[in-house]
Design a protein around this ligand. Structure first.
Ligand code: ATP
Ligand code: MG
Length: 359
């Protein structure tokens, strides 16, 4: 084992609902990893970016939120949203979207990995068959606010919305994806395109992929049109290693991928600023789950896996991998699984089992 003396400053934000239950359990495992691998954590708790905070202050975050968490190395996030009190678009745009934009988290990263003990909706698939990443561009592309309506309410009404692909924005997401592919065993990158239908932006995307590939001679790469790509996610998920996509296509694939691996309760995600100029944010794919909040029964694995991704981002690669291995150990054991996976464990006992397996 390689001991590092590094100190990582983490902003810990539980947010709403089951986030308040899963985040402390993620922290439990982070602390166990710090102890084992010899790094230090400075954990600072924040109560904003939650609907409770909104109830008290009439907004999701304080005015100086950026100063308060901008110097941290990463944000460890639970979930946001409590639709009974604050509409989802208000809670989301007042917190996560601001982080994404202000901290230039231009990569959305989601591992899609079939784990032991988690039934895949894809018949006959075993752990090991599905193990890839979806890399989604998070800041431009199809999700622009450029456009509008002409002649509204008339027969001539027409509506236009532009897509925006900059060289800067395209190349930086492709570079991240190729870097990731290069670090993996299979060294294989797949690009999602639609250049047979979207005749201006997608050929440009293809062109930039081809140009970037020249700097990565050891990475094998291919491209699929988005329609057939989604079919292959379901029929041949073993084909993929790193899949890179524009904002819209990535949005679709980053939900489809984890769906193929069974349950959102265990899936993690990262919103990443690779240069580490700003803090990156790590959170489970699931939401605040109001239907089970406060009962102590939420599956903590998505949160704990997010912790593993965060440590890898912070350079604690060995610790991140060890947490993932501990997760696999726990999921292999029926009595350590939570109720959503038909086991008897609760949030705390499941997370303690991961921490024990790690130690
Ligand atoms: P979002 O907030 O992402 O828009 P949502 O609020 O519809 O989505 P979730 O909060 O993720 O969705 O919950 C969807 C369903 O999955 C709920 O029935 C919830 O109980 C269940 N669920 C989500 N996360 C977990 C978890 N960690 N453990 C057990 N069940 C979960
Ligand atoms: Mg929700």
């Amino acid at each position: 084992q390689q001991a590092s003396n590094r100190v990582h400053r983490i902003a810990v934000i539980p947010g709403d609902g089951i986030g308040k239950e899963t985040v402390p359990e993620g922290v439990r495992v982070l602390e166990a990893a710090a102890k084992k691998f010899g790094f230090k954590l400075q954990l600072d708790d924040f109560d904003f970016a939650s609907c409770d905070y909104y109830a008290r202050h009439g907004r999701m975050m304080p005015e100086d939120w950026k100063e308060r968490i901008g110097q941290h190395d990463a944000i460890f996030f639970g979930a946001v949203g409590w639709p009974d009190t604050v509409p989802d678009h208000v809670s989301l745009w007042g917190s996560l979207i601001l982080f994404r934009r202000e901290f230039d988290q231009y990569v959305n990263l989601r591992p899609c990995k079939l784990m032991p003990g988690v039934p895949s909706p894809l018949a006959g698939r075993q752990p090991g068959d599905i193990d890839f990443y979806v890399v989604r561009e998070n800041t431009e592309g199809e999700y622009s606010a450029l456009g509008g309506r002409m002649f509204p309410g008339t027969d001539r009404e027409f509506v236009v919305q532009e897509s925006v692909f900059t060289r800067h924005g395209t190349d930086r997401i492709l570079k991240f994806a190729f870097d990731l592919a290069q670090k993996r065993e299979k060294k294989h990158l797949t690009s999602a395109t639609k250049s047979n239908g979207i005749a201006i932006t997608m050929p440009y995307w293809d062109e930039r992929v081809e140009a970037m590939a020249k700097s990565y001679p050891d990475v094998r790469w291919d491209k699929y049109h988005i329609d057939i790509l989604t079919a292959h996610f379901v029929q041949n998920p073993d084909r993929f290693d790193v899949v890179v996509a524009s904002n819209l296509f990535g949005d679709i694939l980053s939900d489809l991928g984890p769906a193929c691996t069974g349950t959102i309760a265990i899936a993690p995600s990262g919103n990443i600023n690779p240069e580490r100029k700003f803090p990156s944010l790590f959170e489970p794919v699931h939401g605040s789950a109001p239907d089970i909040a406060g009962k102590g029964i939420a599956n903590p694995i998505g949160q704990i896996w997010s912790a593993a991704m965060m440590l890898e981002h912070l350079g604690e690669v060995e610790a991140g991998r060890a947490i993932l291995q501990a997760i696999e150990t726990v999921l292999s054991e029926p009595k350590l699984r939570t109720g959503d996976l038909k086991g008897p464990a609760n949030t705390v006992t499941c997370a303690k089992a991961v921490a024990d397996a790690l130690a």
